[in-house]
Design a protein around this ligand. Structure first.
Ligand code: GLN
Length: 312
């Protein structure tokens, strides 16, 4: 019997959730001590379409700290406020081929390679116009909330855990203060970045955030324009090149969608003009991407021809 599109999506999510939910390879990140408490069995998958239809499989209502998943959305805020030329003076848009926490600063310009690695993200966070650090963070939190379509909150325990252990990020900020890429107080800049990383959201929220980028910057659930269309395009381009750590190349080869992952096990991928899809599963592969999520999205991409370079 003919099946509706809704059934096809729901069934496909349930199927890959079932098939890959039992994968137990990978490790839970513990370099931020508080992250080690994550439930390794947790696995949720959600898709949000352009017409505001949500589809789910598994645990999508459990919130987790967004970590690096905030990077594309704060980049969007900075681009919307300052434009690409201004942002480009502080950070590049080239895949670094190095770890996310690498000291990846250009020898001539002092700029970090791209806004998806920590150095670049710290520089972008510091660019958000504000008269005080408190105001800067509240603008960031508010913007993340507009992408998600609801108010989001900081996990104070994870924030403290990051402050206590984030010496390398502080060192990156000081180096960028030295090259002139970062203005103002480096400790302050990293503090704002730690707060940003500690914002909690659910898989469902993250799917809406991705769908907002897919939809050219307008949240398909609330109808609110969060960022201008050219900004969404720029952010998706950076995600496509630099969003999946050192596996960005093989991800583009096999899945073919702009995406971003984070150390807490979240992943958001975007099918432009179609949908946002998000997942959470704390077991990470060697590149830092969620094992179950990468497997699930690879299958979905192949089965539904989601690859951007697909000739149809
Ligand atoms: N807060 C983490 C850090 O700065 C975020 C990194 C990540 O998700 N890759 O180390």
């Amino acid at each position: 019997s003919p099946r509706s599109g809704v059934d096809v999506v729901t069934e496909a999510l349930a199927e890959v959730h079932g098939r890959y939910g039992s994968l137990s390879d990978g490790r839970v990140a513990d370099y931020i001590p508080q992250l080690a408490f994550a439930d390794r069995d947790c696995f949720g998958l959600a898709l949000m379409s352009m017409d505001g239809h949500g589809y789910r499989a598994g645990r999508c209502g459990v919130s987790f700290t967004l970590q690096s998943l905030t990077k594309p959305f704060v980049l969007a805020l900075a681009l919307a406020e300052l434009g690409p030329d201004d942002v480009g003076r502080s950070v590049g848009a080239e895949p670094s081929g190095e770890a996310f926490n690498a000291i990846s600063l250009d020898a001539v310009t002092g700029r970090p390679a791209n806004p998806m690695i920590n150095a670049g993200a710290i520089a972008v966070t510091a660019l958000v116009p504000a008269t005080s650090p408190a105001e800067r963070f509240s603008r960031i939190l508010e913007c993340l909330g507009r992408f998600a379509g609801r108010t989001l909150y900081v996990d104070e325990d994870v924030y403290r855990s990051e402050v206590e252990t984030g010496h390398r990020n502080r060192a990156l900020a000081y180096l960028m203060r030295g090259t002139g890429v970062l203005r103002g107080d480096p400790v302050q800049a990293v503090d704002t970045y730690f707060r940003q990383c500690s914002v909690r959201a659910t898989v469902t929220d993250l799917a809406v955030m991705g769908a907002t980028l897919a939809n050219g910057g307008t949240n398909p659930v609330t109808g609110e324009r969060v960022v201008p269309e050219p900004v969404a395009l720029q952010v998706l381009s950076v995600m496509a090149m630099c969003g999946m750590y050192d596996a960005a190349g093989s991800w583009m080869l096999h899945v073919g969608l702009p995406a971003k992952s984070g150390v807490s096990g979240g992943l958001v991928a975007v099918s432009p003009a179609r949908f946002g899809i998000a997942l959470h599963s704390p077991l990470l592969d060697a590149a830092g991407n969620p094992v179950r999520g990468v497997a699930a999205l690879r299958e979905l991409s192949e089965r539904f021809g989601l690859h951007l370079m697909h000739n149809a």
